[in-house]
Design a protein around this ligand. Structure first.
Ligand SMILES: [Zn+2]
Ligand SMILES: [Zn+2]
Length: 144
């Protein structure tokens, strides 16, 4: 699997009531155009991911979880509303909204998923691979 170089990263919500550190390798950024991601972000989600044990919440004062589907819950700041995490029930990883990680992140982007659910007001013009639905290898072996 193609992973970004291991380095300590920090991130936070808009108001600072949620802060975290990532102490392991990160997945390249995946753009998700599904309806849930559109609703929660206001556009589409751009998320990296790391192993659960590599995400350390250093300030959880504002952190709340919303069960957005049978398969996952979403972490957000209850004070400022920042969308921060997507945590699947199955699997040992957590997706992290890339925009909340302090720049420079050193990340690059990998692909678009759920492009069939994208809204009609934008067009994808980059050269990244596009998948109609979920991508089987969101985490684990066989990164594209
Ligand atoms: Zn906040
Ligand atoms: Zn999505």
């Amino acid at each position: 699997m193609s992973m970004e170089p291991t380095a300590r990263k920090t991130g936070a919500c808009l108001c600072g009531a949620v802060r975290y550190e990532i102490v392991g390798p990160l997945r390249r950024v995946v753009y998700c155009h599904c309806e849930q991601c559109r609703k929660t972000s206001g556009h589409f989600v751009a998320a990296t991911a790391c192993a659960k044990e590599h995400l350390q919440i250093t300030d959880a004062a504002g952190l709340r979880w919303y069960r957005s589907s049978e398969m996952a819950q979403r972490g957000f700041c209850s004070t400022c509303g920042s969308s921060l995490f997507w945590q699947p029930e199955q699997g040992d990883y957590v997706a992290i909204m890339a925009g909340a990680i302090d720049a420079p992140t050193g990340l690059t982007s990998r692909e678009h998923i759920y492009v069939d659910d994208a809204s009609d007001y934008y067009t994808l013009t980059d050269a990244l691979p596009q998948f109609a639905g979920d991508h089987a290898e969101l985490w684990g072996e066989g990164d594209v």
